[in-house]
Every structure is written in C-alpha cells, then in structure tokens.
Design a binder for this molecule. Structure first.
Ligand code: RAM
Length: 369
C-alpha cells in the first residue's frame, strides 16, 4: 500500500417537501420553546465556535436502543451506500437502531432541510449528516440540537456552530495538496489542469479545492495552470458532459483532478473511450471498485480514497458517544470506536479518521470497495 508523503434506498419523504418543511418548522419551534432549550456554543482553543455544550462523562455507559439516522449527501451514490452500511454495522453491534434517509440528488438542499426537520420531529437521538452546503441546513440543525438531537456531520461539514462534531475522512489540507502532487507528477509539473468537482456548494470539495489552489502557488508548480473548475453535481451524466466540455474548451489540457467518486468515474469513462486516453491524466478521489477497469486499461495511473465504511462506522460511534453523554464535542475529549480504536476530538470539533490510501496498478486488487 503506498501512502502519500504527508504525515500521514432511497427513502423519500412521503409528503410534499415544502408543505412538510413548513409544518415541521412550526412543530419543532413549539417543542424547542416548551423545553426552554437553546444551543449554546463553545469556543475551542482555535477560537472556533462549535455547538459543544454541557459537561461530558467519559465513564457513562453506552446507551442502547438509541435512534440514529444517517442523512447522506445523496442516497443513490455507492460511496454513501458503503459509508452508511458501515454506520449500520457499528450501530447494530452496539444495540442501537439505524435508518438512512436522504435525497437522490446531491444538490437538493431544501430536501436535506426537510429530512432534518422530519428526523427532529421523530425524536431521533442522533443524526449523522453529510451536508450539501455549509449553511443551508443550519437553522434546521440548530432546532434539532435544541430539541436534544445530537448532530454529527461526516464526509461534508456544515458551519461548526451547526453540529456538535465533524467526522472527517482525512486532513482536508493534506487531501487537497496531495491531489495536486499526484497530478503534477503525472504531467511532469507542466501544463494546464482543470478540476471536475461535485456540487458548487459542497463543503468538502470546496475545502479541498481551496488547498489545491494554495498548493499550486508554490514555485514547484510555476509551469502549471488551473484553467477551470467544473461542476458535475455528483451526477454521472452531468460529470461525463462536463469532462467532454473541458476537453473541447481547453484542447491543450494535460490533466484533470476530480475529488468526487462520481466525477472521477465519469471522467475516466469519457477519457477511456476518447482520443485523450493516456494523454490527458486523471486523478482524484474514487473507489477501487469503480476505478479498477480504468487503471487496468491505462486511463488512470493513481487516485486516492479512505475506506468509506470506516468513515460511516466512526460517525456512528461518535453519534452514540454524544447521545450517551460520554462526550459533548469539545476539543480534547476522547471516545472509543470499536475496532477502529480510540479517537480524540481536535480543534473545531473535528475527529479525523486517518490518512487516505493511494491506489495504483500495483495495489488496487488488494481492495474491494
Ligand atoms: C462523492 C461525494 C462525497 C465525497 C466523495 C469523495 O461520493 O461527493 O462527498 O467525499 O465523492
């Protein structure tokens, strides 16, 4: 396994969304004021406002029969199917109950808000959510927390004040920089590159892209230029068309970074059947099972990812620890996550899963996800 050099069912709401959201907002507001509940923020060492509040009891028993819901960015995305099944596995082992709800589009923030409101009304003990947008869910999530629902973001964060914890797949900075390092090696540090992202508002992709741009400012990349950031919205067809568009608009393009499993797969599919195969380099974040054929046929040399199942598992353990009172989300608190080990909450209420793996022809067959 090669590592980078850094340290390291569909279930749609049965009712119309707009009407449901309105009705639920009213219901939730009543519940919140009846409890007199407000969500206080705490400021951690880094000076960031998070929603951690109250005292933790690290010795508290893990509660059972907790109701935990996973709300991914998109339910029909294989990446989230793997991640959420990891969450289910952990919750089953602990004796909690699991469910997954969510939108089939990765750009349906109103739908995500509606699901948060529904889950609050259903008095979930905890919600694990991958946010399509950093701010759009905040009002609904704050209402959820005021009603006693613990909120963990995983994969894609909200603004820190709108959740107790963010379970992050890896260091965002290391991920963003490493994507540039990978493509730079493949194009010999020379030529135009483009990024094919997911939704324009996606917190995780935008954070990584920010670090990619910063990495590109280093002298080593002086002969490389980022000419475009395109958005495929985590939709296979849109991502395929955006790839085609990039190549038409920039005939001299040397490389594409796609930091999304849907985007990189669609881009690889386009490149592998085109004159650009092996000439335009492609890297990014993909699953080994999606990308195996494109590594074997020479379209892609290397890409990276973490284990999505472990990300879901860690989110489930974090949600359970919050709902059991073992942690509140403040920096320095620790919790156990089964076979994954023990984790300590870092600055800004972030828990890191670990380092990603770089996949290439020499190791891809060792992975099955
Ligand atoms: C897609 C989603 C997800 C991201 C992965 C890499 O499946 O956009 O949020 O983490 O790609």
């Amino acid at each position: 396994m090669s590592r980078l050099p850094f340290a390291h069912r569909p279930a749609r709401h049965p009712l119309g969304r707009a009407a449901t959201a309105l009705a639920l907002t009213a219901a939730v507001a009543v519940t919140a004021s009846a409890c007199g509940g407000t969500t206080k923020s705490s400021t951690d060492a880094a000076g960031s406002q998070t929603a951690a509040t109250g005292a933790a009891n690290p010795n508290a028993a893990t509660k059972t029969a907790l109701k935990v819901a996973f709300l991914p960015k998109q339910v029909n995305n294989p990446y989230f199917t793997i991640a959420d099944n990891g969450g289910k596995k952990a919750l089953d082992a602990l004796g909690e109950t699991y469910k997954e709800v969510g939108t089939s589009s990765g750009t349906d923030t109103a739908g995500q808000v509606s699901y948060v409101n529904t889950l609050t009304q259903q008095q979930m003990n905890a919600i694990a959510v991958s946010a399509q947008d950093p701010g759009a869910l905040c009002t609904a999530l704050k209402q959820a927390m005021s009603s006693g629902v613990k909120v963990v973001t995983y994969d894609s964060d909200t603004d820190p004040g709108c959740r107790q914890l963010f379970v992050s797949q890896a260091s965002s900075e290391a991920l963003g920089r490493s994507e540039v390092q990978l493509i730079a090696k493949e194009i010999d540090y020379t030529g135009d590159i483009a990024i094919l992202s997911a939704a324009q508002t996606a917190t995780n992709q935008n954070t990584w892209i920010g670090y990619m741009k910063d990495e590109l400012k280093k002298p080593a990349y002086k002969n490389m230029k980022l000419v475009s950031v395109a958005y495929g919205n985590d939709d296979a067809q849109t991502s395929f068309q955006q790839t085609q568009g990039l190549l038409q608009q920039y005939p001299g393009l040397k490389g594409i970074i796609s930091p999304t499993t849907v985007g990189i797969k669609a881009a690889a599919q386009y490149l592998s059947g085109s004159q650009y195969k092996g000439k335009v380099q492609l890297t990014g974040l993909g699953t080994p099972n999606d990308m195996r054929a494109y590594v074997k046929d020479g379209t892609v040399s290397a890409f990276e990812l973490w284990d999505p199942a472990k990300l879901g598992e860690l989110a489930a353990y974090a949600a359970t620890a919050l709902a059991s009172g073992q942690i509140t989300g403040a920096q320095g608190q620790s919790f156990k996550a089964g076979d994954l080990g023990s984790f300590t909450i870092g600055a800004n209420g972030v828990v890191l899963l670990g380092d990603p793996t770089v996949f290439n022809a020499s190791n891809i067959d060792q992975f099955d996800f």
